[in-house]
Design a protein around this ligand. Structure first.
Ligand code: NDP
Length: 341
């Protein structure tokens, strides 16, 4: 059983040596009278929150995501096929998505809202790591529940071509909003405009002054900011928000690898402009997962929602695929294939 093992707590940018591929023999039988299932992992997901799990455990971050254990397999999300089952609701051949180790086979104890049975297989299975999985739910809960969007409002999304951002933009267009995204390359900016239907987009790495860039796209200001990056972008957005604007703090990826977080200077605008700033965790919204599927599946089938994935091939590609997120290497949702069936 190949596994990807966590070497130990990381400070600064993670390196490939922090994640080691090993082969072990493990007992893959499920214990008698247990309700565990033995699964073969097909697709494993690379997600930015995993960097938080690599940091030294501290109470605040651990309340959002549990830390990895040194010397044990990385824990993440994946799509898996049941090989053997002691659980009354799962039988051999069933598919599920949820929390699994980064390994070829896992024996897992199933928990509600940690594991979800897959019922719809007319869409690519890998979508359950992205569009139909945790990032999709994040975009849905973050945009509709936290941002309280209204038709005609102006929306700005950072890390807009990624797993979450590309969906937020498409949801905003479905709602009749004006939406602009920022991303870190020309290829990503082109995707935003041509594939995901953003009204406009810009490469933040080519802008000397983010405040001036935002004024170009939002001369009247921003009603909704879907925050994925933090740092300098947040500072520039704050002074471009409209009165009574909303900021959904989904993530702050620009801060995850810094030893000292960057300061944000323009916080007084929150007061002057009566801005509502709200952080959220997708795990608090999984009771809405089936409602989300009912909402999004028809759009996918009608071709009204599209999704771009960056699929690395093979188990050994896992560490570099994950690390690539922090250098903007992924174009769309990053995952890797362990096995296709
Ligand atoms: P993405 O697919 O967007 O991948 C990460 C992207 O972040 C990179 O491709 C890169 O894009 C951008 N990035 C990396 N480093 C920096 C940096 N220093 N400054 C600016 N941008 C950077 O990831 P996801 O869509 O999966 O996640 C997006 C955000 O949502 C993350 O912050 C994540 O932590 C958060 N999240 C929060 C959840 C919650 O429950 N609150 C759940 C899921 C995700 P580019 O080339 O454009 O710079």
């Amino acid at each position: 059983n190949k596994q990807i093992i966590f070497s130990g707590y990381v400070s600064g940018f993670p390196k490939e040596s922090d994640l080691k591929v090993t082969t072990t023999t493990i007992d893959l039988r499920i214990p008698e009278r247990s309700t565990s299932v033995l699964v073969k992992n097909l697709y494993l997901s690379c997600d930015p929150y995993m960097r938080i799990s690599m940091g030294k455990p501290e109470p605040l971050s651990s309340s959002l995501v549990p830390p990895f254990n040194t010397g044990e397999p990385i824990i993440g999300l994946g799509v898996s096929k049941v090989i053997d089952s002691g659980h009354p609701d799962y039988k051999k051949g069933d598919l599920l998505w949820g929390v699994v180790g980064w390994e070829e086979y896992s024996v897992i104890t199933l928990f509600p809202y940690s594991h979800f049975k897959i019922h719809h297989t007319d869409v690519p299975l890998s979508y359950y790591t992205g569009l139909l999985g945790m990032p999709g739910m994040t975009a849905y809960a973050g945009f509709y529940e936290i941002c309280s969007p209204k038709r005609g409002e102006t929306v700005f999304v950072s890390a807009a071509s990624g797993a979450v951002g590309q969906l937020v933009g498409q949801f905003a267009k479905l709602m009749g909003c004006y939406v602009v995204g920022s991303a870190g390359s020309k290829e990503k900016v082109d995707l935003l405009k041509t594939k995901f239907g953003f009204d406009d987009a810009f490469n933040y790495k080519e802008e000397n002054d983010l405040n001036i860039a935002l004024k170009r796209y939002f001369p009247e200001g921003i009603d909704i900011y879907f925050e994925n990056v933090g740092g300098k972008m947040l500072d520039a957005v704050l002074i471009n928000m409209k009165l009574n604007g909303r900021i959904a703090v989904c993530g702050m990826i620009s801060q995850y690898n810094l030893v000292e977080p960057e300061g944000v200077h323009n916080l007084t605008t929150i007061l002057y402009k009566r801005i509502k700033v709200q952080g959220f965790a997708v795990s608090d919204f999984y009771d809405k997962y089936s409602k989300f599927l009912d909402f999004v599946l028809p759009y996918i089938r009608q071709g009204k929602i599209t999704y771009v994935e960056d699929i690395a091939e093979g188990f050994e590609s896992g560490p570099s695929a994950l690390l690539g997120l922090f250098h903007g290497k992924n174009v769309g949702k990053q995952l890797f294939v362990v096995a296709r069936e």
